[in-house]
Design a protein around this ligand. Structure first.
Ligand code: PHB
Length: 390
């Protein structure tokens, strides 16, 4: 990943080899992939999990040898993500970029890949605009959009009897878009938002003052967006401050992701979240995927593993359909549809965002630690077109 600069003579020899191998250092028939993920920082665990899922999909396809992978680290920083995307395209000459965890990084990279006409398969970042007002035929998303998960949750909370909610989220694009969608739907259903707070992203260690304010507003529920390391701190502090006994906690599934819910421990019990995947989903495609992921990594998969896996499968399916090179992959990736670990998955031709079910689950104690009890399902959720025009 961080190749040290080699002496000039070695670099010249390498360059000659690369040229002999063909454009971008790949042989005819090979596809060069830039895997652009965070491997350090608050979302490092998410990046590693997406990487594992992606690699599994390529291995399972029996075509792993047809792909050359170049990994780059976004460090969850938009300018770094953009610099790495430029490097992958201009120096490595990749055919396709896969990855991106943060909505902020996706916002920074979108214009570059669109202008360079390089397909990007988004494997996490939910930035609504990338498949809405700033959509591109070169950007397809297999994960979710921030509104896609949280708008249905607004209605779901109201239907479950919640009438007043206090919202809290990380202060960056994903937090703002999540809360806008949740609040709009909750208010439209008849609910009231009695307070809202955005906490500094990636820096907040002590959620105490924010949680005290939320508790003082006496809402029926607290609804939040936190993910990765922030989710672990938040859920633990929600319990240790004694708010758990008084006010129920809801959010998007990243709050209690199976990837790190064990680190939250009993504090996470009873928290209810909405997500596009739960490992307890009992369908043959998920059971097979879980077995394969456990065999590969020794642990059960999370939604991030599935997103990486489906990004890999969409790419494999596109290549299998005969697509080779940037333009052909961009066209083919939007046409892929199949039933996978999360159920039916297709790419919406109106936006290039994934169409999928949203599951509501409660985190409960199981025989082998915390598990996900499915308590609701909203079928075939497509995000609004939000001004997308290709
Ligand atoms: C995002 O920035 O879009 C984002 C990051 C982490 C998540 C979900 C969304 O778990």
């Amino acid at each position: 990943m961080f190749e040290k600069l080699k002496p000039l003579s070695v670099r010249a020899t390498l360059a000659a080899c690369v040229m002999a191998a063909g454009v971008g250092g790949v042989n005819a028939g090979e596809t060069k992939v830039g895997l652009l993920l965070p491997y350090v920082g608050v979302y490092a665990a998410l990046g590693n999990e997406i990487d594992a899922g992606f690699t599994l999909a390529l291995e399972e396809s029996g075509m792993a040898g047809d792909f050359v992978i170049v990994r780059e680290d976004t460090e969850v920083k938009p300018p770094v993500g953009l610099a790495k995307a430029r490097k992958l395209v201009l120096e490595d000459e990749v055919d396709v970029i896969v990855g991106i965890v943060s909505s902020g990084v996706l916002g920074a990279v979108r214009d570059f890949v669109d202008g360079a006409q390089v397909p990007l398969i988004v494997a996490n970042a939910g930035n609504n605009d990338a498949t809405g007002s700033r959509c591109s035929k070169y950007v397809a998303r297999v994960s979710f959009s921030n509104a896609q998960i949280n708008r249905p949750m607004g209605q779901w909370l109201y239907d479950s009897g919640v009438r007043t909610a206090y919202t809290m989220a990380s202060d960056y694009a994903a937090g703002h878009q999540t809360m806008a969608a949740f609040s709009e739907a909750f208010i439209a259903a008849g609910g009231e938002i009695v307070g809202a707070e955005f906490t500094p992203f990636g820096k907040t260690k002590d959620f105490g003052p924010y949680l005290s304010k939320a508790s003082a507003a006496k809402p029926d529920a607290i609804y939040v967006f936190y993910a990765g390391g922030e989710a672990i701190s938040f859920v633990k502090q929600y319990a240790s401050l004694g708010i758990k006994g008084d006010i129920p906690l809801y959010g998007s599934g990243f709050l209690t992701s199976p990837l790190y819910v064990a680190a939250e421990g009993p504090a996470a019990e009873g928290v209810v979240t909405g997500a596009h995947y739960a490992p307890t989903l009992d369908i043959p495609e998920n059971n097979a995927f879980k077995a394969a992921f456990i065999a590969k990594t020794g642990k059960a998969p999370s939604e991030f593993a599935v997103q990486g896996y489906d990004a890999g499968r969409v790419l494999v399916e596109a290549v299998k359909s005969g697509a080779s090179g940037r333009e052909a992959i961009a066209t083919a990736m939007s046409k892929v549809a199949y039933t996978g670990p999360r159920g039916a998955l297709s790419i919406d031709p109106a936006t290039n965002n994934v169409v999928q079910n949203i599951y509501v689950y409660e985190t409960v104690a199981g025989d082998n630690g915390l598990t996900q009890k499915l308590i609701g399902q909203i079928d075939n959720v497509a995000d609004a077109v939000n001004g997308c025009q290709f």
